[in-house]
Design a protein around this ligand. Structure first.
Ligand code: NDP
Ligand code: GDR
Length: 345
């Protein structure tokens, strides 16, 4: 029998990649999207407009994980075999500005889905989109499934609640509830306010003289960046494992934001020279034009300085490893942006 997946957060980066993966695997896919005054489904429009898929394999429902009624009604109606909870206010910096909303969505939202599962059908499998942000002020490097957590933002704290409530429901009600602890993953579909997309988009525009300057925040935090297409494959494998469990998904390599910027610049053949220190550190191009500056606006009240994971458990049990490296990720993101610029002419 065909499997039916229900994805909360279907309109996001991972929602789009996961939908495509599951459709390829012959699933029927249902997604929950939020009502918005503007179109918010551009990442999945290509799926939705495919006449072969639209009416038989891919369905969208209005809902919101801050609304128990919609969560319950959609699960009851769709009768999924698997639920993927990717829905979140996913911006760490913004979570300091809207902490209550972030908690309602990123923590209580998970509880609402779990509670609906145990009321409607305990056989439904569940995936929770956990984050390396739960490691926060890291107590060891690299981080594994056994590393103690120390979140540094309302986002990280809310995700930690979701992590533990998922384990609690697994133990208390014997449901197949899993946690991914995913490190940063990027792609051409990444939201435009995350640092990788922001840098790639801006440097492409600077290269073709469509933008003069880019403003960023902390240049020295380190991240373990992977490609979203690899990570949704891991998410699916976590759900197909024999028993419900928790897995770190990462690449095991880390770079600073400044290194990332330099790699993007090199790929675009922009020569950058850095001068100055601290908030006054700036990057200049060949003609001595300042093209990158730091702005206090993009610093966070508490920073996660370094993240680097160890995916040994996923490799051993799920036979998963990343296919992309930082270079192929950057190439993919750049080629997407350059295509847009070309078509903009
Ligand atoms: P995005 O921000 O791209 O997508 C988030 C999705 O959640 C969007 O579809 C968004 O809808 C939806 N959403 C937000 N709030 C609500 C709500 N109240 N009710 C229903 N839906 C809501 O995130 P990603 O795709 O990058 O990440 C997916 C998940 O994985 C998130 O939970 C994120 O926190 C987590 N994660 C992401 C990592 C990464 O590096 N990308 C790493 C680790 C964890 P809309 O489009 O309308 O805004
Ligand atoms: P992160 O990703 O907070 O790790 O969360 P983000 O790209 O926002 O920041 C990464 C690092 O870059 C620094 N930084 C900037 N960040 C942004 N957004 N904009 C800037 O201009 C900028 N300049 C420097 C940040 O301070 C930070 O240190 C992402 C999200 O997808 C989460 O949902 C997910 O859980 C984690 O990754 C793993």
């Amino acid at each position: 029998m065909k499997k039916t997946a229900l994805i909360f957060g279907v309109t996001g980066q991972d929602g789009a990649y996961l939908s495509k993966l599951l459709l390829k695997k012959n699933y029927i896919v249902h997604g929950v999207k939020r009502r918005s005054s503007n179109l918010n489904s551009y990442r999945i429009d290509d799926i939705y407009s495919d006449p072969l898929i639209k009416k038989t394999k891919f369905f969208l429902h209005y809902g919101d994980i801050t609304d128990s009624i919609s969560v319950f009604n959609i699960i009851k109606k769709v009768k999924p075999t698997e639920i993927y909870n990717l829905a979140a206010q996913s911006h760490v910096g913004v979570s300091f500005e809207i902490p209550e909303y972030t908690t309602n969505t990123d923590a209580l939202g998970t509880l609402r889905i779990l509670e609906a599962i145990i009321k409607i059908n305990k056989k439904i499998k569940f995936y929770q989109a956990g984050s390396s942000e739960m490691f926060g002020k890291v107590v060891e490097t690299p981080q594994t499934e056994k590393t103690p957590f120390y979140p540094r933002s309302p986002y990280g704290v809310a995700k930690l609640y979701s992590h533990w409530i998922t384990i609690n429901y697994r133990e208390a009600y014997k449901i197949f509830a899993t946690n991914g602890i995913l490190f940063n993953h990027e792609s051409p579909l990444r939201g435009e306010t995350f640092v990788t997309k922001k840098v790639v988009k801006a440097l492409c525009k600077i290269k073709y003289k469509k933008q003069k300057k880019l403003f960023v925040g902390n240049l020295y935090s380190k991240r373990d960046w992977g490609h979203a297409s690899d990570y949704v494959e891991a998410i699916w494998k976590i759900m197909q494992n024999k028993k419900p469990d928790d897995f770190v998904i990462c690449t095991g390599k880390q770079y600073t934001i400044k290194q990332f910027i330099n790699m993007v610049a090199t790929e675009l053949r922009i020569k950058v020279k850095w001068r100055g220190n601290g908030i006054k550190e700036k990057a200049y191009d060949n003609n001595n034009n300042c093209i990158i500056e730091c702005s206090k606006k993009y610093f966070r009240p508490a920073e996660v300085d370094t993240l680097k994971g160890d995916y040994s458990k996923a490799k051993k049990i799920l036979k998963w490893k990343p296919k992309h490296n930082i270079k192929s990720l950057i190439k993919d993101m750049i080629s997407y942006e350059l295509n847009i610029l070309k078509n903009d002419k």
